[in-house]
Design a protein around this ligand. Structure first.
Ligand code: NDP
Length: 482
């Protein structure tokens, strides 16, 4: 697959003619190439987007959202192609891409097509009803969207849809590790009705084209999802400018498992919350905090299930655990397991790189699902994001201790709470530092809800009206009416 940039309604290679290999994680082999774009390509996209902006901003919300709906139709029509591409590019099982990634990409576009049409701005009366105030929400101009590799099309569309719906022009940069589905989508942007220059997609390295995008003086806003270190770097790069930013960053999410939980439901769901997408979802649970009275039974039941999970070729319909995204990422995950062992942790299952039986996968990047116990809550394995199929177990005696452990990292993205005592569930949720708290469930999302993290997990919120507001500049207009 030869991937091209999409600028001003046309596909083209990087201006400087440089390319990067695109590797299939399941096989460890390159299967295509993508443009290694530079600041010159950012400038070309910016020139096109600025030409397009006045007319696009002046279109009606109905016209803009009709483009989003038609793009969603194209995604639905190319469902199988996108599923296969997402799996090949990322290493995730095709069944997961078919169940989660591609349906959600389509849903993101349809959701914002509808939400933008129903969005009302604020109005108020003041001065004894002498003045009418209203908020005129104007598009920002040209905005930058930067997304990671773990849920490629899902997270990319989550950002571009509200930006376009509110009348902005977009320059998007998907992860260089997983560019395929954004490229496929770029083939349908024009037929969906977006005028040239409104929606541009550049491929390449974060440190090159990504950096050029975020630091471009005419970029009005950056919507970023990725690692905390990258987010901090971008925050420093734009400090002192008037760019708006939103950061969705890493996590070290606790699953708090009380002794009065529904044991079977909890077990089944935390297996999913720890290991779905090979543990590479920002919302995955990575620290299981288990009440001491059920710790041995819960641990043994968990290990029994997880030690029987098999990694497989992502293309096989039976595979539930595929490849991790890259050789570097596999090394990183293994280095955390190595540190855990050095620190006296006991690896209860997994702990090694592995290979599915298929010949095709002989050089791919696969990690056994891994459970570790016996580590201090403050050690780096329990503090830093691993972002792989590795979970740690800790026990607690009291509710207060569970909350302290849950809050005892720099992160605050998501937590799950497992108890049949609803008073306790609400009480604990209120005290956990997290952007989202799931009680007796995981990954249930309502796209109208605010989404984001606290502490080092992010700044700002996405979702529902949060994103629509983010991608606009509010102007207070005041009218003297008597
Ligand atoms: P990275 O931070 O490495 O990369 C994210 C994106 O930023 C990529 O497109 C990357 O480009 C780009 N980038 C890298 N450096 C720069 C730079 N200097 N300027 C501009 N852009 C840059 O994250 P990963 O792709 O490794 O994704 C995994 C991380 O994302 C995890 O920490 C995970 O928790 C987090 N995440 C958070 C979510 C949330 O909602 N809070 C959701 C999903 C993931 P390239 O890769 O091409 O170099």
């Amino acid at each position: 697959m030869e991937i091209l940039n999409f600028i001003d309604g046309r596909h083209e290679p990087a201006t400087q003619g440089a390319w990067l290999d695109n590797i299939e994680p399941a096989t460890g082999k390159p299967y295509g190439r993508l443009p290694r774009s530079s600041a010159e390509d950012v400038q070309r996209a910016m020139d096109a987007a600025q030409r397009a902006f006045p007319a696009w901003a002046a279109t009606s919300v109905e016209e803009r959202t009709a483009c989003l709906s038609r793009l969603a139709d194209r995604i639905a029509a190319h469902f199988d192609e996108l599923v296969a591409a997402e799996s090949k590019d990322n290493g995730k099982p095709e069944r997961l891409a078919a169940a989660v990634d591609i349906p959600r990409a389509e849903k993101n576009l349809r959701f914002y097509a509808s939400a933008a049409q129903q969005y009302l701005t604020e109005a108020s009366m003041s001065g004894g009803a002498g003045q009418l105030h209203y908020v005129h929400r104007k598009p920002l101009g040209v905005v930058g969207v930067i997304s990671p590799w773990n849920l490629p099309l899902y997270l990319f569309t989550w950002k571009v849809a509200p930006a376009l719906a509110m009348g902005n022009c977009v320059i998007g940069k998907p992860s260089e590790i997983t560019p395929a589905t954004a490229y496929l989508m770029s083939q349908w942007i024009t037929e969906a009705g977006f005028p040239p220059g409104v929606f541009n997609i550049l491929h390449g390295l974060g440190a090159e084209v990504g950096e050029a995008l975020v630091t471009h003086p005419q970029i009005k806003a950056i919507s970023f999802t990725g690692g905390t270190a990258t987010g901090r770097h971008i925050a420093r790069a734009v400090a002192g400018t008037s760019k708006k930013t939103t950061f969705e960053l890493g996590g070290k999410n606790p699953a708090i498992i009380f002794d009065d939980c529904d044991f079977e439901l909890t077990l089944k769901t935390v297996v999913r919350s720890g290991f779905a997408n090979q543990g590479q979802i920002c919302l995955c649970s990575s620290r299981y905090l288990i009440h001491e009275s059920i710790y041995p039974a819960f641990r043994d039941a968990l290990v029994d299930i997880v030690s029987r999970m098999r990694v497989g070729d992502p293309q096989s319909p039976d595979t539930k655990m595929g490849a991790v995204v890259s050789a570097d990422h596999l090394e990183k995950i293994l280095s955390f397991v190595g540190k855990a062992k050095e620190l006296g942790g006991r690896v209860l299952c997994g702990g090694e790189a592995t290979r599915p039986e298929s010949e095709r996968c002989a050089s791919g990047y696969y990690m056994q699902p891994t459970i570790i116990e016996g580590l201090s809550p403050t050690c780096e394995v329990n503090q830093q994001e691993i972002f792989g199929p590795v979970v740690t177990l800790q026990s607690f005696a009291t509710e207060e201790e569970a909350i302290a452990l849950a809050n005892g990292t720099e992160y605050g993205l998501a937590c799950t709470i497992w108890t049949e005592n609803l008073r306790r569930a609400h009480r604990v949720a209120a005290q956990v530092d997290s952007g989202i708290a799931w009680i007796n469930c995981w990954l249930e999302r309502d796209l109208r809800m605010p989404f984001g993290g606290v502490k080092s997990s992010g700044a700002g919120r996405e979702g529902g009206t949060e994103s629509l507001r983010f991608f606009t500049e509010p102007q207070n207009v005041c009218v003297q009416i008597n």
